[in-house]
Design a protein around this ligand. Sequence first.
Ligand SMILES: [Zn+2]
Length: 106
Amino acid sequence: MPSYDFKCNKCQTTFSLTYKSFGAYAQAEQHLCTACSSSDTVRKIGRIALAKGDKSRLDALSDPTALAQIDENDPKAVGKFMKQLGQGLESDLGDQVDTTMDKMQK
Ligand SMILES: [Zn+2]
């Protein structure tokens, strides 16, 4: 499950929220502070924790808009997405993504 770090603008608390899926995160209209329940919170960009997969690579490729369209519980859908990402990359990172996804699907 993806989790996101937020910071509360009201009490300055930093906290993490975990969502069932990327879609659930995308559909959430408010991300309430765990300390004061304020909805005046901002997501801290740059870190997405995943239960499986290559965290560092997905961090670099994290795009909430694109990820929201994926059912992370469907390995084939995730793999397809990652292959599409890999094909869009010019470096040999694309090959590495393919390799990673092949492992995940086995
Ligand atoms: Zn707060």
